[in-house]
Design a protein around this ligand. Structure first.
Ligand code: UDP
Length: 334
């Protein structure tokens, strides 16, 4: 089959391309490289079944030839990136989603949207199941991401209902693995980068907020199962093993022989306090659950970042703290 994937030069997109090419499919990668990197798909460029198109999906898009599957991954997914590019983030969730849906409609192709656990905002229900409608601040600093994805979900459901299109919506929880950007400020690359450089791990707040980390190959498997499932309503994809950020910091410290310490920094505004996916629906409908234990996935990810750093990559893990606490990011008075 021929797959068109927006955001395919990003972290998750590049792993998806790799898997599809390995399975013998044709893949068209569409990316404007705002946060994606050509080097993420460099190893696929020589493959005649892989095509790279540098294009901003917020501009109209079409291509010659058959299309069987359309996947819309393009978005700025890390808090540092979407806070730096709030309008582009809203555009990729709204205009970008519409362009990809229109492409799927014209070609009678199945469509998959990668949505997010951020749809649940700072959740009042725990763990989060798909039936929970969320607790999102619609004008907070994270709203550019949360609301763009919520709109994208609404638009996808509208196309499904109006045009009887085969659509799927994946609500992705925290995912990690090789090819995350070392300097995107997310906790996994941030802590690994700091540990590799012998610096203190920067825990935000008191570290009691929780997250659940899913290894990227598990996630990719879930996405492809969902795409073929015919299930139109949102499905959570994530690892249900929940831990506090402080526990996570200590896991990283132990892996480095407790050679690094922890330093505490202000908690970013609207940082969700608890996050854990309820994956009963994915288990039931997709027969999917994560397989890669955190310890194993972290080992692969640490090796990847070690190679990158030894290859001379310069990261700025303080970038996130600077952006999240900037004066223009304070809450508007309501
Ligand atoms: N975090 C942290 N130190 C860092 C980066 C993140 O303590 O250097 C915390 C952050 O406040 C959040 C959690 O780790 O509670 C996950 O943050 P990330 O940016 O990875 O993803 P999020 O789940 O917030 O989208």
């Amino acid at each position: 089959m021929r797959y068109v994937i927006s955001g395919a030069a990003g972290f998750i997109g590049s792993h998806l391309c790799e898997r599809l090419i390995a399975e013998g499919h044709d893949v068209v990668c569409v990316d404007n490289l705002i946060t994606g990197h050509r080097e993420n798909v460099e190893h696929l460029l020589h493959n005649p079944r892989f095509e790279f198109i540098e294009h901003d999906i917020c501009k109209p898009f079409d291509l010659p030839g058959q299309v069987h599957r359309v996947l819309h991954l393009a978005s700025l997914a890390s808090p540092v990136d979407y806070l730096n590019h709030p309008i582009e983030t809203l555009d990729s969730g709204s205009i970008g989603t519409k362009h990809m849906l229109e492409l799927a409609l014209r070609r009678n192709a199945r469509f998959l949207l990668t949505s997010t656990s951020e749809c649940y905002g700072d959740p009042l229900e725990h763990p989060q199941s798909e039936t929970y409608w969320g607790n999102v601040n619609p004008v907070g600093i994270r709203s550019c991401y949360d609301e763009s994805k919520r709109y994208a979900e609404a638009l996808t459901m509208a196309y499904h209902r109006k045009h009887a299109m085969k659509t799927s919506i994946a609500r992705i929880f925290n995912t990690y693995g090789p090819r995350m950007a070392l300097n995107d400020g997310r906790v996994v690359p941030a802590f690994i980068d700091q540990a590799l450089r012998g610096r203190n791990l920067s825990v935000f707040g008191d570290g009691s907020q929780t997250r659940s980390f899913c290894y990227v190959s598990d996630l990719v498997d879930g996405l492809l199962r969902l795409l073929e499932s015919g299930e139109p309503s949102p499905v959570n994809l994530g690892n249900p093993r929940e831990m506090t950020i402080l526990e996570f910091a200590n896991i990283i410290r132990e892996r480095f022989g407790n050679t690094v310490s922890i330093s505490f920094h202000p908690l970013p505004i609207d940082d969700p306090k608890l996050r854990q996916p309820d994956i009963d629906k994915a288990r039931r409908i997709l027969r999917w659950e994560p397989k890669v234990p955190l310890e194993e996935g972290l080992g692969i990810t640490i090796d990847f970042f070690r190679d990158k750093i030894e290859g001379g990559s310069s990261a700025s893990v303080d970038a996130r703290a600077r952006v999240m606490n900037r004066p223009d990011q304070v809450q508007p008075a309501l």
